[in-house]
Design a protein around this ligand. Structure first.
Ligand code: ZN
Length: 253
């Protein structure tokens, strides 16, 4: 079954079992995101169509809104499972599909993410592996789970643009471990992502796959343009700059 050829209605009724034991290709993942209305790419032929202001402050001509994906339980489960399998394959190589999941379950006790998208993805992935989950709020510095000595923890995020949110999440978390003097908590040297935009922000798209010393493992990468607000050519051209999550329907139509 080629997911890219399915209608929106067919995508909405997909299950994890329909995908079977295989990895989806990039086009199929993009088709799932588009079907869920989770991906917006600006029509740059219309100079007055609006553009996006990102959390990082950058202005942009595209946006991935995983909140729309997480509204669809089946689709978020499919992508969460794909990401788990991709992480396991990176760690363990060519084991069979079932063995990958079992090996990962042996090595990870908890999956966490920054609120809100990362935490939603972490919850979905942990549910599939039947392990613990948790969140970190990098703004309020709240840690939404009890630190347990000896745990091996995987950090995930739905979409990475600059990487600042994930870095802040890790910083909040490691400071808490230090201040509470809790030993033997191991953060895996991996960050799992649905979508990676960072690759194209740094290093001119030459394939950055690390954040600090952590390896980024992602389902899909996107080349979406970003500009500093002061030098944004779309603003200069008269296009409105909108917060995408507050104006999602307007951007999509
Ligand atoms: Zn702008």
């Amino acid at each position: 079954m080629n997911i890219s050829r399915l209608s929106k209605e067919e995508v909405f009724s997909l299950t994890r079992e329909d995908i079977g034991k295989r990895f989806l290709n990039k086009d199929e993942i993009i088709h799932i995101l588009e079907s869920a209305d989770a991906l917006w790419l600006r029509n740059n032929n219309n100079r007055l169509s609006a553009h996006a202001v990102l959390k990082s402050g950058f202005h942009s001509d595209g946006f991935i809104n995983c909140r729309k994906l997480f509204e669809r339980n089946n689709l978020s489960e499919i992508l969460a499972h794909q990401l788990l399998m991709k992480i396991a394959k990176n760690l363990y190589g060519n084991l069979c599909f079932e063995s990958l999941a079992l090996a990962l379950k042996d090595d990870v006790n908890r999956i966490i993410g920054p609120v809100t998208g990362g935490a939603a993805l972490a919850g979905k992935m942990a549910e599939i592996l039947k392990i613990e989950t948790g969140y970190v709020d990098s703004k309020t510095l709240e840690i939404g789970f009890r630190l347990v000595p000896g745990e091996k923890i995987l950090v995930v995020e739905d979409v990475m643009t600059t990487g600042n949110t994930v870095l802040k999440t890790i910083e909040v978390f490691t400071e808490k471990i230090a201040s509470d003097k809790i030993c033997n908590i191991f953060l895996m040297p991996i960050i799992g992502l649905i979508a990676n935009r960072k690759k194209y922000i740094n290093n001119n798209g030459q394939g950055v796959v690390f954040l600090g010393f952590r390896h980024l493992i992602y389902l899909v990468d996107f080349k979406i343009n970003n500009w500093e607000p002061d030098t944004c050519p779309l603003c200069m051209d008269g296009s409105a700059a909108l917060r995408p999550k507050d104006n999602w329907e307007r951007l999509l139509n």
